[in-house]
Design a protein around this ligand. Structure first.
Ligand code: ATP
Length: 692
């Protein structure tokens, strides 16, 4: 790692007026990031951009972080831009002097609105007024203003802001990214936390008294030593963000104290700020689960088919409820809010609890499926008007009476949950569970069957106790859940019974009924449909195959992983056409038209051009037999082979994930992890091309 290798490329763009960092700097960084698949270069570029901001204009760091992570607020604060595509089209026509026909031609040719803006700006032959160079702060403030403008006449005000942004954007690249930002197509998510951690190790704001490392000294460290220094800083920043996912709080504290364990105290678990949920690892079947948990005591719990809810209640009794994706949904469940005072035992002042909200028959307690729950209104449900009754099945307690419980073992957290709260049948209860060990496979199988018979998706299996070495770490605080060095280095990762926000560890495993008994006996991935080819024969009026992608969390791009044509019913094909056919890909009598448009800029795919590109909007769960190295599919390119990606063999559609947005689709990192696991089990498979 050479900290100054890319810095000059960024410095060239540092032109500022009044000392504010220019938008051009950030765009230079985005262009460099998008021009490479090398993880090292992506991280280096971001680190150096962040360093320049810390040292040169710290007040632009927070806006830059928001712009680079494609948001203007955390998910639980609702701030929408509320812009239609027409606002961007209008601005492009006005600013670049395009007529309807030439704009449509560009749209058809390029597909991605950002690429359209790039070309349109290049064609611009006049300027209405002298452009004022954009600054990072200025662009961010414009977005905030757009989101805050509401009510009568707001459309015109928003339009003027968009027009001005495009007028002031210098050249194609700035225009491309202004438009991508307005359409919310820019992301460098996980990498941002890594970049912040490394940059704050190396740099501090002018005048600040933060201990930093000398880059030259770091450059002299051995590779492993350097990796360790970075890993520690990254673990702290990621742990802080997982407990308190708001850059508005994280960045100012970093600017004040840099990266230290204090960050987890200043910016840690907080009431009414949702922590990122712990996630379950996938297992093929019960026997794989049992062998992975050999020698440990574990709990098996019903995996209910509802909606995950994180419930916060403070000393005053104020309640907030958050979704799996950290959105505020207190208004959706006034019945749960009303339930809180009744379930809160007398020793409970404040708490954060997690559970699954499931639609039930109030009289019998019978569970209803997820589909039933989706019929409940999203917001502002008045208590008297509720038609879908729900029960909360609690499964974890993360905070109690002012103390985080994350580092307590699951057994302890569960004991507190069961002993301190009051059960109200058919309204509030604990998830059904048994405790077991790997020796008790019969009992586990019986429990799994009873879960499936009760309309559950399968079971969740959770390690109950920490290893004795971990217990020795000491009293609960916000910091010690970071895995100690020696544990990390041990060959087998320790199975922690602690609550690890935002982590997918083997200490929580899910065994789903879908996986068991599928012909290939397989893993599944949550993929995004991104494009398709016109079908032939019986399928001539539909699309088949469909191109699916994983998410690259670093670059924000969607990387094609396979074509899928199995598992779909005819009625599914029909409905699918209705969802995605926005551009008239079929004539009025249903015949396919060839409207070839270019690959959108945010897609990575090296195969032949599909007949239609979709607007990414859904997540599909897909089963497959195994993972292969591929020159055509670019998923996880650079992660397992420098110039080849990964693909899936025998992909088969299982179902739509109605509960997941595209931000939650499987990542290229996750796919690479599955591939590595597969390699350990079946070394050196033949290098075949995946998909069909
Ligand atoms: P992931 O991101 O791990 O894929 P997901 O949200 O897509 O998770 P699943 O893969 O189906 O969902 O499994 C985890 C989910 O199962 C949890 O988010 C939660 O909503 C649900 N769930 C139901 N019962 C339990 C339980 N007893 N313990 C934990 N989670 C449960």
């Amino acid at each position: 790692f050479n900290p100054s290798k890319y810095i000059h490329q960024l410095q060239e763009s540092w032109a500022t007026d009044r000392g504010d960092a220019s938008y051009a700097l950030l765009i230079r960084c985005f262009v460099l990031v998008s021009s490479t698949t090398s993880r090292i270069k992506i991280v280096d570029t971001l680190v150096n951009c962040v360093r320049l901001l810390i040292e040169g204009d710290p007040s632009s760091l927070l806006p830059a972080v928001w712009l680079a992570t494609n948001a203007i607020s955390p998910p639980y604060v609702s701030m929408e831009l509320g812009l239609g595509g027409s606002a961007i089209s209008k601005a492009l026509k006005q600013v670049c002097g395009l007529d309807n026909r030439s704009l449509k031609a560009l749209n058809d040719k390029l597909g991605d609105p950002g690429d359209v803006a790039f070309e349109a700006k290049k064609k611009q032959s006049f300027t209405l007024r002298k452009p004022k160079p954009l600054t990072i702060k200025g662009v961010f403030q414009s977005l905030v203003k757009i989101s805050k403008t509401q009510g009568q006449g707001s459309g015109d005000v928003k339009q003027r802001i968009v027009d001005k942004l495009l007028q002031d954007a210098r050249g194609g690249e700035e225009s491309r990214y202004v438009v991508r930002t307005l359409c919310q197509h820019v992301t460098v998510k996980t990498t941002m936390l890594i970049a912040l951690a490394r940059a704050f190790l190396l740099s501090k704001p002018p005048g600040a008294n933060i201990p930093t490392k000398d880059p030259n000294q770091l450059a002299r460290l051995k590779k492993e030593e350097l990796a360790e220094v970075y890993a520690k800083a990254e673990e702290i920043v990621k742990a802080s963000y997982a407990r308190h996912p708001d850059y508005n709080d994280l960045v100012p504290v970093l600017l004040e104290i840099g990266v230290s364990e204090e960050l987890l105290v200043r910016c840690g678990l907080t009431l009414h700020i949702p922590l990122r949920p712990m996630l379950g690892g996938i297992t093929r079947d019960l026997s794989e689960m049992l062998s992975r948990l050999q020698g440990r005591d574990f709990a098996c719990e019903y995996k209910y088919d509802g909606q995950r809810a994180q419930i916060h209640c403070d000393e005053r009794g104020v309640v907030s409820i958050f979704s799996r994706h950290l959105e505020l949904m207190t208004d959706k469940y006034p019945d749960l809010v009303a339930l809180v005072p009744k379930i809160r035992g007398e020793d409970v002042q404040s708490f954060i609890m997690e559970g699954e909200v499931v639609a039930v028959d109030r009289a019998t307690g019978e569970l209803k499926n997820f589909q039933t729950l989706t019929n409940r209104a999203r917001k502002d449900v008045a208590i008297g008007t509720i038609t879908i009754d729900v029960c909360l099945f609690a499964f974890d307690l993360m905070y109690l009476n002012g103390q985080p419980l994350l580092n307590r073992s699951f057994r302890e957290r569960r004991d507190m949950l069961r002993s301190l709260f009051v059960e109200i049948p058919h309204h509030f209860t604990w998830v059904k569970s048994i405790d077991a060990t790997s020796q008790e496979s019969e009992t586990v199988l019986e429990f799994f069957k009873s879960a499936v018979d009760s309309k559950c998706e399968g079971i969740m299996v959770k390690i109950l106790d920490n290893l004795p070495e971990l217990e020795a770490l000491g009293p609960d605080d916000n910091t010690n859940s970071i895995i100690p060095k020696e544990q990390k280095q041990s060959r087998r990762k320790p199975l922690l019974a602690t609550y690890e926000p935002d982590k997918r560890l083997d200490s929580w495993l899910k065994v789903k009924k879908d996986y068991i008994g599928t012909s290939a006996g397989v893993d599944t991935l949550d993929l995004i449909p991104i494009a398709a080819w016109h079908g032939t024969g019986r399928k001539a009026k539909w699309w088949s195959p469909i191109l699916l992608a994983v998410r690259n969390e670093e670059t924000g791009s969607l990387e094609a992983v396979c074509k899928c044509m199995s598992g779909f019913t005819d009625s599914f094909y029909k409905a699918n056409r209705e969802v995605y056919d926005k551009d008239g890909s079929f004539s009025s009598d249903g015949e396919p038209r060839n409207v070839h448009v270019a690959k959108p800029g945010f897609v990575e795919y090296a195969g032949g051009n599909p007949d239609v590109w979709f607007e990414p909007q859904e997540v599909w769960e897909v089963a497959f037999a195994d993972i292969t190295i591929s020159p055509t599919y670019t998923a996880a390119i650079g992660l397992v082979r420098e110039d080849k990606g990964l693909s899936l063999r025998f992909p088969r559609f299982l179902r739509k994930r109605e509960d997941k947005g595209i931000e939650e689709a499987s990542t290229s990192d996750f796919l690479a992890g599955l591939w590595r696991k597969q390699e350990v089990k079946t070394p050196a498979p033949p290098p075949v091309e995946g998909g069909r």
